[in-house]
Design a protein around this ligand. Structure first.
Ligand code: SF4
Length: 460
């Protein structure tokens, strides 16, 4: 569907947020060939909105006010879609929990659901899921302290659907030792300064890429400065084809207490179709190994919308994972991003939604609670990413990072630091390119250290 959209700033960028939700929509600003034309004109304090498909036309004039504009445009567009263009209504941001949290504070749980349905045009199921997730996760947020994120951007090979800045291991092998040395130095300096300046560390999270693409001894060297850290310490083991007993022994010895082992969907035909280089059996064997190693929580990620999935099979997979000892399950939607090998979704919106609903239902029946939720641009089927956990096993890092409730110190290539307190954060990005990271690490580290020293007094 080609949508021709013409609007003066700032209504152009606001309207675009909604047009991206339109199923299979492609937005153009000029051109004679289109399926839908949307025209917004500023009439000095009032906005004139027209939408036409060439046969019928809908037109409204409204006060020039951002929420009213989105609300009206959403309803007009939905008339040309035989129904709502998104179950998330005009809540187009990636962190809808922030708005839900404010509504819960002012109107309570059921009032927040009503507000989200009536003023933000969410479908009731989505509003309920969001409010429940926020009400489970937000109360755990801490008023002081910060978290540390350590990036290991390497993977043994690239999966077809991957939209992360992951780097294939082989071409970088001769840089890994320097990377590990530099990352460990960065981590050591940051932890030491936190300790000297009295900054509390709430969680440490090691993500990727695939951190276990490093050898056990490299992982040990990188994370040695955090050895015996007493709080939440998570490592994404990611690809089961990288995980060994030696990795698990090193992680246990370091004090890691949460681990994630992922297949995205443990079915051989699906794994082959999405370019994963391991089998379902290898995934379950790695999972057993991780559960037997005795980590407090083992997480696994599943993606809704992959080839070969059905609602029944998806629910069956969840039951099998729970029986195997998984305490956290993150249900992701496929993100169709530039940089990913796939450009179109494998399953249609209705199929994907049925699978997601079936998954949420089975998780609920097994005692898992939703506790954080976020969205991304270009999510297939306008779905959502939701973290579920058994009570007591929620991942603090994920709740805090989605809520953007505290500073984050980023370590390693591509890691983002969020420096600041309250609502205002300054982001500082370590370069994604490993060579540039190695060249600039010291300079960036010094900026983080001086922020830790200068901002000590403003820590609430
Ligand atoms: S394991 Fe994850 S980060 Fe690595 S290539 Fe696959 S999807 Fe990307």
């Amino acid at each position: 569907m080609v949508i021709k959209f013409q609007a003066p700033a700032p209504w152009w960028s606001r309207g675009l947020q909604l047009l991206w939700l339109f199923p299979q929509g492609e937005v153009i600003a000029e051109g004679e060939v289109w399926d839908l034309a949307v025209l917004v004109e500023d009439e000095g304090g009032r906005l004139s909105l027209s939408v036409t498909d060439g046969e019928k036309m809908e037109h409204k004039v409204i006060p020039a006010e951002p929420r009213g504009f989105l609300h009206t445009l959403f309803l007009l567009l939905s008339q040309f879609n035989q129904g709502s263009i998104s179950p998330w209504g005009i809540l187009t941001g990636v962190r809808p929990g922030k708005i839900a949290a404010r509504l819960i504070d002012t109107c309570g749980l059921s009032g927040a659901i009503e507000e989200l349905c009536s003023n933000w045009l969410l479908q009731r199921k989505n509003a309920q899921l969001l409010v429940v997730a926020v009400s489970n996760g937000y109360p755990l947020l801490k008023k002081t302290g910060l978290s540390v994120y350590i990036s290991v951007p390497f993977c043994p090979s690239r999966c077809d659907y991957c939209s992360f800045p992951s780097l294939p291991l082989d071409p970088w092998r001769d840089k890994i030792e320097s990377y590990v040395r530099q990352g460990a130095e960065e981590l050591k300096e940051l932890l030491l300064t936190c300790s000297l300046q009295g900054h509390i560390i709430n969680s440490i999270y090691v993500g990727g890429g695939t951190p276990t693409a490093l050898s056990p001894s490299q992982l040990n060297k990188l994370l040695a400065p955090a050895r015996c850290w007493q709080g939440e310490f998570t490592v994404e083991a990611g690809r089961p084809d990288t995980l060994t007993e030696e990795h698990l022994a090193v992680l246990k010895d370091l004090g890691v207490n949460r681990i994630s082992v992922n297949s995205q969907y443990p079915l051989d035909s699906t794994l082959r179709a999405i370019g994963r280089k391991h089998t379902a059996q290898e995934f379950y064997a790695a999972l057993d190994m991780a559960v037997s190693a005795g980590f407090d929580t083992v997480n696994t990620d599943l993606i809704v919308g992959l080839p070969g999935q059905t609602p029944e099979d998806f629910s069956g997979v969840i039951s099998k994972l729970a029986a195997a000892g998984v305490g956290n399950v993150t249900i992701h939607a496929l993100a169709l991003k530039r940089g990913a090998g796939i450009k179109e979704q494998y399953l249609n919106e209705a199929q994907s939604r049925r699978i997601a609903q079936s998954a949420y239902g089975r998780l609920d029946a097994l005692g898992f609670k939703p506790y954080y939720l976020y969205r991304q641009k270009n999510m297939a089927s306008n779905l959502e990413n939701v973290g579920f956990g058994l009570p007591g096993s929620f991942c603090y890092y994920n709740i805090a990072s989605i809520a953007e409730s505290e500073p984050v110190l980023g370590v390693g290539a591509g890691a983002t630091s969020k420096l600041g307190w309250g609502d205002s954060f300054k982001t500082l990005n370590n370069p994604r390119d490993v060579n540039q990271y190695l060249a600039r690490c010291q300079e960036l580290l010094e900026r983080k250290l001086s922020w830790l020293e200068v901002d000590k007094g403003t820590c609430p």
